[in-house]
Design a protein around this ligand. Structure first.
Ligand code: PMP
Length: 442
């Protein structure tokens, strides 16, 4: 059903949006099916970003819709503190059976949240609580990485590395950052993982030397940084971070809110890189974006340490009204079924080479300074216009949208992450429309 009229734009305060700019040229989506949105004027928009990196199985999945509808009339809500409902336990069990790294990695304890930001705050709190539970109560410092994005909670912006998210707000005391791994000079236009930069993981050693390991609870990174421009880990980098964190008793958290649920061609980045952290944060693809939900996978070691305190004490004083929400669990269970029936958790790997080659065909266009791909993700970096960082990226974004393609831009980096059902011809259309937009934004 299409709305022909534009609603009033006066009252809704839009998130992460230049609201004034938006009102001059509103983009309103009305419906979605498969790989396409339809806007309020009936125009088709090819979804090059799976919504916001979340609609991994494509839009309008009836199995998910039916499960949600059924659950809403069966039981719309149930409190999750000191009681529960079977779906939450069932969903946790099914997730644990497919946990990052497989069962042997031991990341089988699942804490439900309502979003990626909540998953991040939850993981940071679990890490600090774990350290206390094992007698390491001085370890309260959490370490992030420059150009990391971990949502917008106070924990997430503190470990995050984006100045615009940070500068206005007070941050968690004691946080510090390792450097990002982006090196567009030495690693430019490389296919596959960057060769240079594994040694940047040694920054963690420097922070240990500076602060003392006994003050550090955890380090959090996105295995592939998404929102800040698709920055890939150099070969050996994550392994090195794992070795150093383990050596110093620092928990390693992988933020897999984007990379989780098939984005790289494996169920999780943990599987792709073969590096096992202590905690993994997820959201987005967990429910195919249909119902807000997140989940933290914790190792058995971390979980069990928190179970060994005195019986009288609650193990982890933390939770949300919507933790394990029945409707979200129903959506998540149906989503897992869709992923498995259609082989979507490995599908990105089957088209990754085509994706990579198609995108690298943009090399040579004026202003394209780097192209990075992994699984079904891509970052296309454009030269900034003098004195107008982000202007070229914004022009590419608006031009693509006008011509029927949804892309994301971060400054002058275009990010792509289509639903994992994307066909090769649709990949070619995405690349061709993007190429035209880049030419128009000369
Ligand atoms: N972590 C990562 C890696 C993300 O990409 C995001 C969202 N883009 C978040 C956390 C925050 O998720 P949410 O917006 O659901 O709070």
């Amino acid at each position: 059903m299409l709305m022909s009229n534009t609603p009033s734009l006066e009252n809704y305060w839009m998130p992460f949006t230049a609201n004034r700019q938006f009102k001059a040229a509103p983009r309103l989506l009305a419906s979605a099916k498969g790989m396409y949105y339809t806007d309020v004027d009936g125009g088709q928009v090819l979804d090059g970003t799976a919504g916001l990196w979340c609609v991994n199985a494509g839009h309008g999945r009836e199995k998910i819709a039916d499960a949600v509808a059924r659950q809403l009339v069966t039981m719309d809500y149930a409190p999750s503190f000191q009681m529960g409902h079977p779906l939450a336990f069932d969903f946790a069990e099914k997730l644990a059976a497919r946990a990052p790294g497989g069962k042997k990695a031991g990341l089988t304890k699942v804490f439900f949240t309502g979003s990626g930001s909540e998953s991040v705050d939850t993981a940071l709190k679990i890490a600090i609580a774990y350290q206390r539970a094992i007698g390491q109560g001085t370890r309260t410092r959490v370490i992030g990485r420059e150009r990391g994005y971990h949502g917008v909670g106070f924990g997430g912006i503190s470990v995050g590395g984006l100045v615009n998210n940070r500068r206005v707000f007070p941050l968690l005391p004691g946080t510090d950052h390792i450097r990002h791994t982006h090196d567009p000079v030495r690693n430019s236009f490389v296919k596959g993982l960057p060769e240079h930069g594994a040694d940047l993981a040694d920054d963690l050693e420097r922070l240990v030397a500076l602060h003392g390991a006994e003050t550090i609870a955890a380090v959090i990174v996105e295995p592939v940084a998404g929102s800040t421009g698709v920055l890939l880990p150099p070969k050996g980098y994550l392994e090195r971070l794992r070795t150093i964190s383990q050596k110093h008793g620092i928990l390693l958290i992988f933020d897999e809110v984007i990379t989780g649920f098939g984005r790289l061609g494996t169920p999780f980045a943990v599987d792709y890189f073969g590096v096992v952290p202590d905690l993994v944060t997820t959201a987005k693809g967990l429910t195919n974006g249909a119902v807000p939900m997140g989940a933290v996978f914790a190792s058995e070691t971390v979980h069990d340490a928190l179970m060994h305190g005195p019986e009288s004490q609650i193990e982890l004083f933390h939770g949300y009204t919507y933790s394990g929400h029945p409707v979200a669990c129903a959506a998540g269970l149906a989503t897992l079924e869709v992923y498995e029936e259609e082989g979507l958790l490995t599908r990105a790997g089957e088209v990754a080479e085509h994706w990579q080659d198609a995108l690298h065909s943009l090399k040579g266009l004026a202003n394209v300074t780097d192209i990075r791909t992994i699984g079904l993700v891509a970052g296309i970096e454009l030269a900034s216009r003098p004195d107008a960082v982000g202007a070229r990226g914004y022009d590419v974004f608006t031009d693509c949208f006008k011509n029927g393609l949804l892309v994301r831009v971060t400054g002058d980096i275009v990010a792509l992450s289509p639903p994992l059902i994307v066909e090769k011809e649709q990949i070619d259309s995405i690349v061709s429309m993007l190429g035209d937009a880049i030419k128009n934004a000369a």
